[in-house]
Ligand binder design. Structure first.
Ligand code: GDP
Length: 195
């Protein structure tokens, strides 16, 4: 699956803009600055690819990337920034709900959590939405290179406890560092296993 090229396909602002649900699809969610773009770049081996998602105007869109002919990688907008006007936030939340509950080819969501911080209240909202939408999600801990072993174990336990409260959670977590490359091959094989 990851042998082919990855390319930015389009940014979607309404359900009518979604590409045909004709292949395996996975999505990535996480609060702003968690390392989502870096992870997508590391996963696809394409430097600068997901920068598109962080450019002004694209931050409220659902961004689709093709990974070869058989996989869509979907970058959901980062959450946790309270600077957007309420109507914009509401419009975006509506689209997110529609997407998560109405996309037959969406196999799994990967929710990114900073390995230094664990699950925060701002993350709980998306975890609950994934529960309600019955989208299986898996937690990916980011920036693992920034934590010492003891701290990491404490965060892992905190995340595990949080996941136990969410019926849609897949229990296995993936510890990653986009900087060092840790966990990237594991994540690729998890995704390949969904095909
Ligand atoms: P996004 O807003 O979630 O897309 O986050 P970015 O991918 O833009 O990353 C936010 C910041 O965290 C940037 O300064 C990255 O260089 C840094 N970062 C991302 N991943 C890692 C990582 O694995 N290790 C370290 N040390 N820094 C990272």
């Amino acid at each position: 699956l990851f042998a082919g090229q990855s390319e930015f396909l389009k940014g979607v602002v309404a359900m009518s803009g979604l590409p045909p649900a004709d292949r395996l699809e996975i999505c990535f969610a996480g609060r702003s600055n968690v390392g989502k773009s870096s992870l997508i770049n590391a996963l696809t081996g394409t430097r600068g690819l997901a920068r598109a998602s962080n450019t002004p105007g694209r931050t409220q869109e659902i961004n689709f990337f093709t990974q070869g002919p058989d996989l869509y990688l979907v970058d959901l907008p980062g959450y946790g920034f309270a600077n957007a006007p309420l109507p914009v936030v509401e419009k975006w939340q509506r689209l997110l709900k529609q997407y998560l509950s109405g996309r037959p080819s969406l196999r799994r969501a990967f929710v990114l959590i900073d390995a230094r911080h664990g699950v925060k209240p701002v993350d709980e909202e998306i975890l609950s939405l994934l529960d309600r939408s019955a989208v299986t999600f898996q937690c990916v801990l980011t920036k693992a290179d920034k934590v010492k072993e003891k701290e990491r174990d404490r965060v892992l336990a905190q995340v595990r406890a949080a996941l136990a409260r969410h019926p849609a959670a897949y229990p296995e977590m993936v510890l990653t560092s986009s900087e060092k490359g840790d966990g990237i091959a594991t994540l690729r094989s998890i995704i390949a296993g969904l095909a």
